[in-house]
Design a protein around this ligand. Structure first.
Ligand SMILES: [Zn+2]
Length: 99
């Protein structure tokens, strides 16, 4: 089932369940901020809606953590700032025990 947005409205498209490599939450839906009908492809990044970590989709919809050097190689400063702001917003919405 698609995930719920903050206001409870259903968003996203269903995909095979995939586990966040950081918080271990199993997610079964994704939402592309620029194309609501897009499905992830190998190499696309994902920001976990629970913990805000950035991961990369593998071919079988598993996720691996994105390495810092990959982020710097693939995204310019403005894009990295936008990603960091999105992570911060998610982490404000979903505070976790980050000890
Ligand atoms: Zn997570």
């Amino acid at each position: 089932m698609a995930q719920s947005s903050v206001d409870g409205e259903l968003i996203g498209i269903d995909i095979p369940p995939h586990t966040c490599p950081v918080c271990k939450r199993v997610n079964d839906a994704v939402t592309c901020p620029t194309d609501s009908t897009a499905r992830p492809s190998t190499g696309d990044i994902s920001i976990c809606f629970t913990c805000g970590s950035i991961s990369v989709f593998e071919a079988d919809f598993t996720l691996r953590s994105l390495k810092d050097f990959e982020l710097e190689e693939e995204y310019d400063v403005a894009q990295r700032l936008e990603l960091a702001q999105l992570q911060q917003r998610i982490r404000e919405l979903h505070p976790l025990d980050r000890n």
